[in-house]
Design a protein around this ligand. Structure first.
Ligand code: SAH
Length: 425
């Protein structure tokens, strides 16, 4: 979501005459777009913010902006007190305060901010110059905020209540990306399957996917993140049916223990999650599935942790995004449940899952040996071309040609837990 928000900000700044620099220290405007989902993300943002202080001393005209979850929706005055060298604050997904501030500071400038030109209402986007001609894949927000309130999660407090984006805006955003050469879009929402449920006039996710599937030039459509309780058979059938919607689902389990799931306020059980995975695999042929897991949640016992291990080793999901529980100020778990699993133990549990997943991923990839898969190439890395399969697997291949944005069949010749390699057919 932050990547998409930053892209919109960059494109707006270019529209009022700015261009990107290599180093933040040399810039006239620096904006940090921040995440608070775990302490590590918050620390990183604060560290970077501190490191900009000397640059601002050297160049007092430098404008420093802070955007995203560290700002949230509340009045930024207390933050301004804490961070006096920051000039302007903007909530998540809304770069307008920053652009307005810059314009207000440039008294002599003729430039005017025109919302229709910037497409903040039409949804259209002009890619930032650095991405023009080479952006293969882009994010498109479709649901802002979240109203679920998992007990550990800060997102609802920082990104506000759930609200779906206007479907016409989404379509024009996607069309403008396709017109600029983007081949793959990923729709974003904290609970993406709830798209349109907050507005009776809006289409729901299956219908939105159908409309996006018709856009000329788009080769691949993805969406994330799903919540187990909102994945309907209709949605799964739509994914199976539409040629451009990829067979990859991101649906976090978070834990395999019913007690932990209950204290996380996730709203489903281990058995229900397992049923869902069976249903997804039944309806979508050749599907790959990603999950998120939090280890060391408040009160998580060894036995409860083992239930998560068991769930994963039974289900053998393709990808795991793994996190150690990090208490976030103001959330239900932070206020009412003790963070009683030691750091050391959180790390141990983290490594157990990591090792398990390494084996599972290696097994999945090994099955693809000598098979031909369709790869959408994105960029050159370590002198080889890197792309993704329909299932999100990373594939390297050699070529002297420019493969940016090319969708090609590749025969897999080697595999590892994290990547694969092959020959272009
Ligand atoms: N809305 C999505 C994604 C939320 S943030 C969902 O609910 O699945 C991405 C991931 O960060 C979450 O899935 C969760 O695994 C992790 N996460 C969120 N809050 C956390 C916290 N306080 N400590 C550790 N991990 C957390």
């Amino acid at each position: 979501m932050n990547t998409a928000d930053s892209q919109r900000l960059a494109s707006a700044l270019e529209a009022i005459g700015y261009e990107a620099t290599e180093k933040a220290e040399n810039a006239d405007v620096v904006v940090l777009n921040t995440c608070m989902v775990r302490q590590s993300a918050e620390d990183r943002a604060l560290g970077r913010l501190g490191s900009l202080k000397p640059a601002k001393k050297k160049n007092p005209n430098m404008i420093i902006g802070l955007m995203g979850c560290m700002v949230g929706y509340k009045d930024p005055k207390p933050l301004k007190k804490k961070l006096p060298w920051v000039d302007v604050f903007a909530p998540p997904s809304n770069p307008k305060p920053i652009v307005d501030y810059i314009i207000s500071r440039q008294i002599a400038s003729e430039t005017r901010m025109d919302n229709t030109v910037f497409g903040w209402h039409s949804g259209e986007i002009v890619l930032p110059k650095a991405q023009q001609g080479n952006a293969v894949s882009a994010y498109v927000p479709v649901v802002y905020g979240c109203s679920h309130a998992c007990s550990y999660c800060i997102i609802p407090y920082k990104r506000g209540a759930e609200r779906s984006r206007d479907p016409e805006e989404i379509l024009s955003h996607a069309r403008s990306l396709a017109a600029q050469g983007v081949k793959e879009i990923t729709l974003l929402g904290q609970i993406i399957d709830r798209y349109g449920l907050d507005n009776e006039n809006y289409p729901k996710l299956p219908e939105l996917l159908r409309r996006l599937n018709d856009i000329e030039g788009l080769e691949r459509i993805r969406f994330l993140t799903s919540h187990p309780n909102w994945m309907t058979d209709e949605l799964l059938k739509t994914v199976a049916e539409l040629p451009r919607v990829m067979n990859h689902i991101e649906v976090p389990a978070q834990s395999g223990s019913d007690e932990v799931l209950n204290s996380m306020r996730r709203g489903y059980t281990d058995a229900q999650y397992r049923d869902l995975i069976a249903r997804i695999r039944d309806i979508i042929p050749n599907v790959s599935i990603g999950t998120d897991i939090i280890v060391g949640f408040c009160g998580e016992t060894e036995e409860q942790f083992e239930q998560t291990v068991q769930q994963l080793s039974d289900l053998k999901l393709n990808v795991v995004h793994l996190a150690r529980y990090s208490p976030r100020t103001g959330t239900l778990s932070e206020r009412t449940m003790p963070d009683d699993v030691s750091d050391e133990e959180k790390w141990r549990r983290f490594r157990v899952i990591e090792k398990l997943q390494e084996d599972i991923a290696a097994e999945h990839h090994a099955k693809l040996m000598n098979q031909t898969v369709n790869v959408l190439f994105e960029e050159k890395k370590h002198r080889r071309w890197l792309g993704r399969t329909e299932n999100m697997d990373l594939v390297f291949a050699d070529s002297d040609e420019d493969l940016t944005g090319k969708l090609l069949p590749v025969k897999i010749t080697w595999t590892s837990p994290w990547t694969m390699g092959g020959m272009i057919r």
